[in-house]
Design a protein around this ligand. Structure first.
Ligand code: MCA
Ligand code: AMP
Length: 497
């Protein structure tokens, strides 16, 4: 298969001194990235699978690129994962090495792995054009890699149980990024800015690998802020990627910050994804900046499915049209296709195409359940289509999946964590609308001792330490008993704040 990063392997003209990656004060040109990632790739070639301690740093980007150059599947780890989540992911994915920035203190769950410190300061800058012939072989992945070879294993929550590892093949990364380039007219001249985490598809694949595949640049903010976005857009960045919470925070800041409005007005493309961007935020941003945010729709398992095109109509509340190569249909409960694209008939979105993952690691049962007999992936997202093909997402099949700040969180994993607290007898978790986070995690708790229920903060910490801080309940409500039906099943719809 052709290389994932032509600008790095000398397969397309990219000057070695062009900027590739910037994180705060630290940057790498294409030549420096080729040297650092090439040297690291040489050390990884015999590994079966590697973990990457995915802090928002240059090291994470270099480590991931090196693994891809070496053809070794990489598992990005959330550096804020709690003990039980991290323990599960490490056991399930069984990496032999962990790649990390020098000086990082790693948790005990990783102590059994070989540690590789990522050196981004290789002093030799490789001129990818001049030394094309000599370096090319070193930077090219092994010849036996095929399009279906695994590139990344990204963990994603389900309704119940611990997160599943979605195995993402090389062809999915290549085709999704090329389809986005077509939809967004994304080129090597673009400079992307974002502050997304690097252990999910959005921040890592779209936000780091995307610019590198185009031969363009990315500037990562380390941590999202509206000021950081304004600074970079004023300093030549052309595109912004964010989750709706980030655009909401921008919309909130706009009335008091004319320079932010001016900066956004300069952007070529503002893109939102990972959850629905409320129409109110769309309109506030458009009114203040003259720019319309466009939405794209994707999933860990499918990478990107649809987008509003840069040359299309940016209709608020829609996620646009299927990307090139993606087949998309809406189906009824019984699996039959929805009769009409009339903007009203609701069905589940199913997709098929080269953008799809291959399997959930070690979970043939879950993999089989996720696909129809003829290879359509069941997304669980409910949508309607306008007569001209635009897709509008209207909800989700499972009420036990919560999208908070753009993170997908399963109610079941939080309930299990809460039940491990000695002060909790019963627990149910729901999502409630939240202007900032989209949905906020609410825990409904029956205390073991009604006289002294555990404090909300204690329960939030308990979940944060076991799973991850973004999975902690933001609200805790105490009940004498959970509402149950005749079968004893908790009736979540009766839990209403
Ligand atoms: C708070 N913190 C705690 C606790 N409480 N830490 C430990 N224990 C506690 N009890 C810490 C947090 O770790 C965090 O630290 C800080 O306090 C604030 O936490 P939080 O309130 O959760 O964060 P936030 O500021 O509200 O974050 C908003 C955010 C974030 C920046 C928008 O939600 C975010 O980055 N979302 C992006 C999600 C994403 O990329 N999803 C893509 C997956 P610190 O401040 O140090 O961080 S979806 C996907 O990939 C598909 C394919 C798609 O379509 O895109
Ligand atoms: P994840 O499993 O974390 O990759 O999240 C994927 C889910 O995020 C999808 O199944 C959708 O429910 C949701 N999602 C992603 N992009 C959008 C969008 N633009 N609008 C609405 N929901 C979205």
């Amino acid at each position: 298969m052709s290389p994932l990063f032509p600008a790095l392997t000398g397969d397309s003209p990219a000057a070695a001194d062009r900027p590739a990656l910037t994180f705060g004060e630290r940057s790498l040109t294409y030549g420096e990235l080729a040297a650092a990632a090439g040297a690291l790739a040489d050390r990884l070639r015999h590994a079966d699978r590697v973990a990457v301690w995915a802090t928002p740093t240059l090291e994470t980007a270099v480590g991931t690129v090196a693994a891809l150059l070496a053809g070794v599947p990489a598992v990005p780890l959330n550096p804020k994962s709690g003990e039980s989540e991290l323990g599960h992911i490490v056991k399930d994915s069984a990496p032999t090495l962990v790649l990390t920035a020098p000086g990082t203190e790693l948790p005990a769950a990783l102590s059994g792995l070989g540690r590789v410190d990522i050196d981004v300061d290789i002093s030799v800058c490789i001129d990818v054009t001049d030394v094309r012939e000599t370096r090319r072989a070193d930077l090219r992945p092994p010849a036996d890699l095929g399009p279906d070879s695994p590139a990344l294993v990204v963990y994603t929550s389900g309704t119940t149980g611990p997160p599943k590892g979605a195995v993402i093949p090389r062809r999915a990364i290549a085709t999704t990024l090329d389809a986005l380039a077509d939809a967004w007219q994304w080129t090597g001249d673009d400079v992307l800015v974002h502050g997304l985490p690097l252990f999910h598809v959005h921040g890592l694949i779209l936000g780091i690998l995307g610019p590198l595949r185009r031969g363009g640049a990315v500037r990562h903010l380390g941590r999202f802020s509206a000021e950081g976005v304004a600074r970079e857009l004023n300093d030549g960045a052309t595109m912004l990627f964010g989750v709706p919470t980030m655009y909401h925070r921008i919309a909130e800041a706009l009335p008091d910050d004319p320079s932010l409005a001016k900066a956004l007005g300069r952007a070529r493309l503002l893109v939102s994804g990972s959850a629905a961007l409320p129409v109110h935020d769309h309109e506030r941003i458009a009114a203040a900046t003259g720019r319309r945010v466009i939405e794209r729709y994707g999933m860990t398992e499918t990478l990107m499915n649809t987008s509003v095109r840069a040359d299309g109509e940016p209709r608020a509340g829609t996620v646009g049209v299927p990307l090139p190569g993606v087949e998309l249909r809406l189906v009824e409960e019984d699996g039959s296709p929805v009769a009409a694209y009339d903007g009203e008939s609701v069905g589940e979105i199913q997709v098929r195409g080269p953008n799809l993952f291959t399997e959930y690691l070690n979970r043939p049962d879950a993999t089989a359940e996720a696909f129809t007999a003829d290879g359509w992936f069941r997304t669980g997202d409910m949508a309607v289509r306008d007569p001209d093909g635009y897709v509008r997402i209207v909800g989700r099949k499972a009420t036990d999946l919560i999208k908070s700040g753009g993170y997908k969180i399963g109610a079941g994993e939080i309930e299990n964590a809460l039940l491990e607290h000695p002060g909790v007898r019963e627990a149910a978790v729901t999502g409630e609308p939240d202007a900032d986070l989209g949905e906020r995690i609410v825990a409904w708790v029956v205390p073991a001792d009604p006289q002294s229920p555990p404090a909300a903060e204690e329960l939030a910490d308990h979940v944060a330490v076991r799973l991850a801080p973004h999975k902690r309940p933001r609200t805790v409500r105490y009940l004498d008993a959970l509402p149950r039906n005749d079968m004893g099943k908790i009736m979540k719809r009766a839990l209403d704040g």
